[in-house]
Design a protein around this ligand. Structure first.
Ligand code: PSU
Ligand code: MN
Length: 308
């Protein structure tokens, strides 16, 4: 492991695993603080950690607490993230300022990747990454998550990108940025709550060992950045795209009417759609994150085998 940044504080169990070359999976905290309501958020945060631990992999949820990048959180700290009012949603642009000021905040996919890299963690699981928003041709709202994947060497396992987004444009930007988008288990890029998006992933790899080897090969060639692994939600839990679509349209229109933009947009849309769907999308979201954690754990195991 490289010399640690003075802002990084790693939990003992995570530190032990990393120093022995054992597998660790990073988890983000924006999904806890902004993505899911209480108590679904704390239940999911704990369930996700259990699913990783069941594979003898160490989970490391990442957040900013009192000016430190904390890698691996205690239960009371997860509870704090799940219940704190108005916790900040930190990304690459404001992460360092928050650390300098001694602030606390939850980390997005982009910020969590930066922190995972600083800690020496190679694999990270979440629900769905951010991407190109609808009407981005007017607003230029494109999540930092996409450029982070191009720059920071972490494998991100997600159920594709959230279907509140423009998925064809998201795939195009990822291609321009040279980010491998790898579907696991099907050809199509996953649409978060739905298995089908109508867009093909450029790559499909079902074997976790080959996914790990692909990232190792990139690093060997000196290609910066990570990869996006698209893991479709299990069939029994999905909400098909044609059912989701009207809720998304409705929520996007409400956001426009109320002038919701920037960091607030994604949490607003997720929350509105959970309400419009009578909780169906929330239930799906909870299940898909757990399944993504399990796949991430399998990839992390394979990655450590390559290194030993
Ligand atoms: N996945 C989820 N729920 C979430 C997120 C991901 O299942 O809330 C969060 C991630 O932290 C992701 C962020 O980085 O949404 C995207 O926000 P934005 O569109 O503002 O970049
Ligand atoms: Mn944005």
């Amino acid at each position: 492991m490289t010399e640690l940044n003075l802002f990084v504080e790693i939990a003992p169990e995570v530190r032990r695993a990393l120093s022995k070359g054992e597998p660790v999976v990073a988890l983000e905290s924006s999904i806890i603080a902004q993505g899911l309501p209480y108590p679904d958020n704390i239940e999911t945060a704990l369930a996700v950690e259990r699913r990783i631990a069941e594979r003898d992999v160490v989970p490391a949820t990442i957040a900013i607490l009192d000016g430190k990048i904390r890698v691996g959180l205690r239960r009371d700290e997860l509870e704090f993230l799940a219940t704190a009012a108005n916790l900040r949603k930190l990304s690459r642009n404001d992460l360092a300022a928050a650390l300098a000021a001694g602030d606390s905040g939850a980390t997005t996919v982009a910020a969590t990747m930066i922190c995972a890299r600083a800690a020496g963690i190679k694999v990270f699981a979440t629900g769905g990454i951010g991407g190109v928003h609808r009407l981005a041709e007017q607003t230029l709202d494109i999540s930092r998550d996409l450029h982070e994947l191009a720059e920071t060497p972490v494998i991100v396992v997600a159920s594709g990108a959230k279907s509140i987004l423009d998925l064809p444009k998201t795939i195009e930007v990822l291609e321009t940025l040279g980010v491998p988008v790898i579907s696991h288990g099907q050809e199509e890029f996953a649409a978060f709550w739905s298995r089908e998006s109508g867009v093909l992933s450029p790559l499909r790899i079902d074997d976790p060992g080959l996914i790990a080897a692909a990232q190792a090969a990139r690093e060997n060639l000196g290609i910066p950045g990570g990869m996006l692994v698209s893991n479709p939600i299990r069939r029994s839990a999905e909400v098909p795209l044609k059912i989701v679509q009207p809720w998304v349209d409705n929520a996007v229109a409400q956001a426009a009417q109320q002038g919701i933009t920037g960091k607030k947009l994604t949490p607003f849309l997720l929350n509105s759609i959970a309400e419009l769907s009578g909780g169906a999308t929330l239930r799906a979201n909870k299940i898909l994150v757990q399944d993504n954690a399990e796949l991430a754990a399998r990839i992390a195991v394979e990655y450590t085998k390559l290194r030993s």
